[in-house]
Design a protein around this ligand. Structure first.
Ligand SMILES: [Zn+2]
Length: 423
């Protein structure tokens, strides 16, 4: 007895001596994988050295200073044999004459999707999301969402480099009850990046969002310009447990002011046509919180979303999935202790039976679809064909086939958009 107590006391002393002096109120237990990949790194955002805890905004995080746990996790997973693409001005090309739309590469830039991509919500559901925040127009958008009582029915795909500039902007979205997700650190075409660069783009954005949102680890990401392939999907899911979210309809709000073909009126008119069409397929509309003009589009279409009877939900709720890797719904629900990554998904402990069950179900399902996407080409091929058909039929309007995605054009315009973001 005495010996045991003495040992216990000794252990406590050792722990106290080696413990990292950080706020552990929201942390995972030290023996959980979440803790290994993401522990609290930054002090309060009002501290003057806040930004020094993260990579510089505006470019891919350096690969020589990535957390070792991320690199180790990357080494532990099997990636499809796909080399980084060549940028080619927004039309990424691949070596050896491989076609990006085939099931091996499955580039969404070329309209290929996999079983596990999220882009077709259930019938009647309008999945609401905004990319590229936080920006100087975000407060206006958040006021509008609040005044219409839909602050919690939105997913914000945020840019890590923007959050460093405006941590309180990100926290305003969280405090309003919004669902936070990842839009990479520096808004690059992710298929052009090395494995380690993808790791940094995703990992650091997850890190800063969790630091500023009570340790809640993002579960969803959207590739900038929709540029994702099976190599990048595998890193996102296998290392970090991220679900890839694209879209089934592009509002083209981003093109206003850049392409004379797109004006406020023309964009709103097209979206209204989709909104008044069939609701057999849900709508996941690409929208942005980047400029006054993009926010103005949403203000103009919200009345139509409602009058046409759509049910507005954030992306996680639209697909009946948890909001975060380690938390169920909302930004206040207790954090669970989950492993991260497709190969080792398991709920090691949970604060409630309900969240344990739902977390286990969603992550197990995701892990199995990951392997089907990368290991069962025939299945993926069928999915891609189905998806292409779904994309072509848009949200019920037959005229949406050419105007829904416009991916190459979008990708091209995206270059200018990227420049505008960071100049
Ligand atoms: Zn974007």
């Amino acid at each position: 007895m005495f010996t045991n107590n003495l040992l216990a006391t000794f252990s406590l002393v050792v722990l106290a001596a080696t413990a990292v002096p950080v706020d552990e109120s929201w942390l995972q237990p030290r023996d959980s994988e979440v803790h290994e990949l993401f522990y609290k790194r930054a002090p309060n955002p009002s501290d003057s050295n806040f930004a020094s805890n993260y990579p510089a905004p505006g470019s891919s995080p350096p690969t020589d200073s990535l957390p070792q746990a991320w690199l180790d996790k990357l080494k532990s997973i099997t990636l499809p044999d796909i080399k980084p693409s060549n940028p080619n001005n927004g039309y990424p090309t691949y070596a050896d004459g491989e076609t990006p739309q085939d099931q091996h590469i499955c580039s969404f830039t070329y309209e290929c999707t996999t079983d596990e991509d999220l882009y077709n919500p259930p019938s009647g559901t309008f999945a609401l999301s905004f990319d590229d925040g936080p920006t100087n127009v975000s407060p206006d958008l958040y006021d509008y969402l609040a005044s219409n009582n839909i602050s919690t029915a939105v997913t914000h795909f945020m840019i890590g480099g923007n959050i460093v500039y405006d941590p309180f902007g990100m926290q305003a979205a969280a405090k309003a009850g919004g669902h936070l997700a990842v839009h990479t650190w520096s808004h690059q075409y992710t298929t052009t990046l090395s494995n380690e660069q993808v790791l940094g783009e995703l990992g650091w954005t997850m890190q800063i969002i969790s630091d500023l949102n009570g340790g809640r680890i993002p579960k969803y990401w959207r590739p900038p310009y929709g540029d994702v392939d099976n190599r990048v999907r595998a890193i996102a899911k296998g290392v970090f447990g991220l679900e890839t979210v694209v879209w089934n309809t592009d509002s083209s709000d981003w093109a206003i002011g850049g392409n004379p073909q797109y004006t406020h009126d023309s964009v709103v008119s097209q979206v209204n046509q989709w909104l008044s069409g069939s609701k057999d397929k849900g709508l996941l509309l690409l929208e942005h919180e980047s400029k006054d003009t993009t926010v103005a589009v949403f203000k103009a279409i919200l009345p139509s979303i409602r009058s046409n009877g759509w049910t507005i939900k954030n992306v996680a709720d639209a697909f009946h999935m948890d909001w975060y890797v380690n938390a169920g719904k909302t930004n206040t629900e207790a954090i669970t202790t989950m492993s991260v990554g497709a190969s080792t998904f398991a709920v090691t402990n949970s604060t409630s039976q309900q969240s344990s069950t739902s977390a286990s179900a969603s992550t197990t399902g995701s892990a199995s679809t990951t392997s089907s996407a990368s290991q069962a080409p025939s299945s993926t091929s069928t999915t891609a064909a189905t998806a292409a058909a779904a994309v072509s039929s848009g949200s019920g309007s037959s005229s949406s086939a050419s105007s829904t995605l416009l991916l190459p054009g979008y990708a091209m315009a995206g270059l200018g958009f990227l420049a505008a973001l960071f100049v």
